[in-house]
Design a protein around this ligand. Sequence first.
Ligand SMILES: C[C@@H](O)[C@H](NC(=O)OP(=O)(O)OC[C@H]1O[C@@H](n2cnc3c(N)ncnc32)[C@H](O)[C@@H]1O)C(=O)O
Ligand SMILES: Nc1ncnc2c1ncn2[C@@H]1O[C@H](COP(=O)(O)OP(=O)(O)OP(=O)(O)O)[C@@H](O)[C@H]1O
Ligand SMILES: [Fe+2]
Length: 529
Amino acid sequence: MRVLGVEGTAWCASAAVFDADADSVDIFSEAYEPASGGIHPREAAEHMREHVPQVVERALDSADGPVDAVAFSRGPGLGPCLRIAGTAARALAQSLDVPLVGVNHMVAHLEIGRHRSGFDSPVCLNASGANAHVLGYHGGRYRVLGETMDTGIGNALDKFTRHVGWSHPGGPKVEEHAKDGEYVEFPYVVKGMDFSFSGIMSAAKQAYDDGEPVENVCCGLQETTFAMLTEVAERALSLSGRDELVLGGGVGQNARLREMLAEMCEARDAKFYAPEPRFLRDNAGMIAVLGAKMAAAGDTLDVEDSGVDSDFRPDEVPVTWRDDEDLFVAVDERGDVKGAEATVTFDDDRVRKARASKPYRHPELDETLRRERTRQEARLTSAARRDGVPTPVVFDVDVHGHTLELERVGDRDLRDALTSEHVASLGRHLAALHDADIVHGDPTTRNARVTDGGRVIAIDFGLGFTSHEVEDYAMDLHVFEQSLAGTAADADVLRQAFEAAYAEDGDAEVLDRLRDIEGRGRYGGTVRD
Ligand SMILES: C[C@@H](O)[C@H](NC(=O)OP(=O)(O)OC[C@H]1O[C@@H](n2cnc3c(N)ncnc32)[C@H](O)[C@@H]1O)C(=O)O
Ligand SMILES: Nc1ncnc2c1ncn2[C@@H]1O[C@H](COP(=O)(O)OP(=O)(O)OP(=O)(O)O)[C@@H](O)[C@H]1O
Ligand SMILES: [Fe+2]
């Protein structure tokens, strides 16, 4: 099979031919480079109008024979750009009289890595301009295991470089300057498996305005944001019990990010694959490759149903081209438990939790995170107990040795005892914590233990903090519901029980804010200010 791919979501007008029999991909691209500022949607659309027909012609000329299908990026992306590339693809499919395939651009960033690596069911980190998220295959869809709560990673870097007067795109310039810089500290924000960049970016602009050499700011920015992405990727591997990671997206061209991910994977005996740069940045090759898989599965579109979608989320896509097993595999929980962050060893009625050094992190950042999280965990585990929330007794804490000695609690993780009663208990515990101004920070189905008698005990307060903000409380609920969606078959029923229990003891405003968080459509691709 030979498939023509068409890409035009934002800056890259691209066409490619994928020859499935030869497994070869020829890509032809024209980049839009704004004269000043960031990407202007109207200029970008103009670029597509001019260049899409041209690259398509070059791609078709290069093909060794007729194409059997036309695949195009349906979204996410900038509406005006999507519409122009979509119209071109429709017209082509009709004139060539071949099927039309509508591809989700973010799923294509993932699938190209899976295709080129030969991995079965990898976790995928997409680090692109408008997005940043971790995906895993589960129950016939790609689930969003973690994501940015504000901008994409590339857009965040680009915003900083605009502030210092550098031309778009800024990512490569940050990489160049960081090589001569020294690490400076910026806020590190990971909540469960989600993360946010806006606080870091304000701090980076401020540091620059205050006279910090730009090289140092670039170095601190990379070390901080990439460590966040790597940590979340590691958590996703740990949670899913998988040992394969692929990288996608334009920021994946950054050597420091790839180095960190490779080191993280090596340390946990996982395999890591990053496609070559031409497949990382936006390109039609990835659209053609996924288009071929979809076409082979009969997943094609009628022209009248082929509208574009600028907010097209990866988890909306029915994965028709795979029929293999789920992402999540049973994790053997006997003996020592190696969590994403720490190793937990059991000794009768006690557990010892040691936060190991992460070689991928800058040593200063590594030391700060291990020390602060150990300190916070000890402090908040005890504070929560005092406020009536069941948590382990803290027997000992060694902040400089990054270890805790805790009471051994529960008979199994909540993940292995997911009933409405148990999640309702956790909902009540979170309401009580929030009432005491404590945010858990990472309330997943693995961070609560259940006794044979049905008692639920909260553990792992390492990402916790104190706060009066409704937003922070709502994020706790969001993190829990995300972990339910990732692990439970009947997530809806459990979510209702969880929310009903929270509503009884907690603040209605927090549940309202939760709805708000869910509705924020962070895959917009259109957010390019
Ligand atoms: C929806 C779609 O339009 C969008 N595309 C997109 O963001 O283009 P992509 O090619 O995946 O990524 C571009 C981003 O990648 C950054 N970038 C490129 N090279 C980089 C480098 N060496 N280091 C860091 N960032 C880099 C750029 O600064 C820019 O922000 C997306 O995939 O989210
Ligand atoms: N006090 C405890 N009593 C019984 N089991 C525990 C206790 N603390 C931790 N465990 C077990 O060890 C596992 C890992 O612990 P914990 O979540 O604290 O480590 P972690 O490395 O921070 O994990 P992650 O980052 O993956 O959430 C838990 O899921 C639980 O099964
Ligand atoms: Fe992209």
